[in-house]
Design a protein around this ligand. Sequence first.
Ligand code: XCC
Length: 635
Amino acid sequence: MTMKLSTDPSAATLLPIAKKEGIATVWDRHRAMQPQCGFGQLGVCCRICWKGPCRIDPFGDGPQRGICGADADTIVARNVIRMIAAGAAGHSEHGRHVALALQGVAEGRLPAYQIRDEAKLRAVAAKLDICTEGEDIPAIAAAVAKATLEDFQNQDHDVPCNWIEATLTKKRLERLQALHVLPHNIDAVITQIMGRTLVGCDADPVNLILGGIKGALADFNGMCLATELSDALFGAPAPVVTAANLGVIKQDAVNIAVHGHNPLLSEVVCEVAGQMDEEARKAGAKEGINIVGICCTGNEVMVRHGIPLAANYLSQELALVTGAVDAMVVDVQCIMPSVSEIGACFHTAVITTMAENKIPGATHVDFKEETALENARRIVATAIDAYKRRDPRRVNIPDFKQTAIVGFGVESVLAALATLNAEDPLQPLIENIANGNIRGIALFAGCNSTQVAQDSSFVTMAKKLAANNVLMLATGCGAGSFAKHGLMTQEATLEYAGESLKAVLTAIGTSAGLNGPLPLVLHMGSCVDNSRAVQVAVAVADKLGVDLDQLPLVASAPEAMSEKAVAIGTWSVALGIPTHLGTMPQVTGSAKVTELLTQTAKDLLGGYFLVELDPEVAADKLLEVIEERRKGLGI
Ligand code: XCC
């Protein structure tokens, strides 16, 4: 039996073309990898020293300890917290980069960047308890950057990071403090994880997992600051109508795909592309330059500027198979190394931009904030040049795109609610949760994985939760799935939302001037923007005087794949949120670690992992959790 690879209609069009052209895609490599290593899947393979590799026999007949004496519990715990450290490093490095850029703007060193959202900068300063009275914007930006960079520098273990302290409920902070898992310094916490998991160090699975939770909370801290400072630099998202799927690529334009994560690159490329449009037309592109997004960079520019999204993670290669992408510009994370080889099968310039993220075969443009405009001009010129070499006979742009209404940050959600109650914008939301019109809230996050037919679990779960009146938020490639499948439209709300949810979304959307309901799923942005959903939840919890683990709020990563998803899922649990995983986490080789994450966590933190691979059943389980939480609140 062949498993369906993707439910994205573009894949059905382009995979046969890839096959005909002899191009291997992620799905071909997945098939070639079967059967995958069972020890790895269980997390019981240890490769942290050269006495190994060692693996524990899950059936009990063979070795139960590695050569050094580590058992399955120790090995699994070490492996999973190293994944958390890697995820936290990725997000936090992204955050540091943005913080340093803010500092550079404050000092007048970066002509390519400005503070585009002064109100947001002031709000961030207030949140961090920075006095702004009588201060001008550069001074406020400098103070915010300084307070943020302290989160990478503070050496006092008893003083938590500024951002986490400014973000969570008081009760949550106390609970995390009591467990000694509040991070004091992002870099230090990540380093500690690497240090304690060396051969001959921490062997206690409980202690290791607590260290991992601290690392995950450092990840949360890094995501919060990345989101909020990016908003100050580039503007907080506001609702905008755009489109998603490979049909957004244009036959008669120079198509530049921006791919990766950090808006510091993509924002400048978008701006410079606007300035160089005429050059593209002169080169024969009747429609000038067309920027499209892939993965989270795509989400960043989509929610801020309405730039269309071409692909989420699993279809990044297919964007190249269209034969119409002239340049793919990448920065960090989730870029398949295969893209340079596939780009070379066509005329496509694959351009890497970060000194620490290169791909063999790609063109490298050393992108620096100081020289961003000049670098971006070179990137766009490379794309125009490649366009001239495009072979029209090899162009196959699938005729699939869906409208998507996106751009729901905290500010825009509150602004929409304020049209119903200007004095107290949260009141209409809380009232509708209390009276049951909205049963609960689900945050969909995370990746695509070849373990699941692309997008299928997201879409199946969302339809079921919608029918049961659950309000849905989405980020990352999950948001990409919903956008591509038409679930970020008003029509989807009318078609799939339960009656009471439909009424609420219609009331808010209509009064906010959308001439109809809000879309069925609200696009909050990229992976780092999961912090936006937490902000909304914290505001609701604070208003009700409860903690996050009492709210009818759940999270789900139905197609999780990345180490970053491991970090996000773990902080979600640490914040008290029941968190569904629809792919099997590589921890089940240890009964103890599995129990810690799925059961003990519930007592310690209120949140816990819920693993369910069947999306229909997963939705039912989340509905049960929501009802259980409602009962706890007496609503
Ligand atoms: Fe997508 Fe963010 Fe996952 Fe990567 S990890 S596959 S959500 S692009 Ni952020």
